[in-house]
Design a protein around this ligand. Structure first.
Ligand SMILES: [Zn+2]
Length: 116
């Protein structure tokens, strides 16, 4: 299964890793290249990984704080879990066309005047 960074569904412009990471919490993406908006969807994979991550963190915390008593190592591993999770987030961002284009000039969702 090959995962790639999201790209604009209209003009095929690839998003950078940082852009994909940045927009993940938004509802829509505005393409600077073709000036069109698309919906942002997160891959189901991410929703499946989140509970696994939570369980892994809990187990790590329990094992390292109660049994091994290596707090710093435990904290480092927990941090590593989160870093791994965040590292794959941009690859789970998907852009979906917004259906029919609206008007020539209008306001986007944030109320900015844009060329469509
Ligand atoms: Zn575009």
């Amino acid at each position: 299964m090959k995962k790639s960074l999201p790209r604009c569904p209209y003009c095929d412009t690839d998003l950078t890793y940082l852009t994909a990471f940045h927009i993940k919490a938004n509802k829509s993406y505005y393409c600077e290249n073709c000036h069109r908006r698309s919906y942002i969807k997160l891959d189901k994979l991410l929703q499946n990984i989140a509970p696994v991550l939570a369980i892994a963190v809990v187990i790590t915390v329990l094992v390292f704080s109660i049994f091994i008593k290596a707090y710093l190592l435990g904290a480092t591993i927990v941090l590593a879990w989160f870093l791994m999770f965040y590292a794959i987030v941009p690859f789970a961002v998907k852009l979906v066309p917004k259906g029919k284009d609206v008007g020539e000039v209008g306001n986007d969702i944030e109320g900015n005047r844009v060329l469509k």
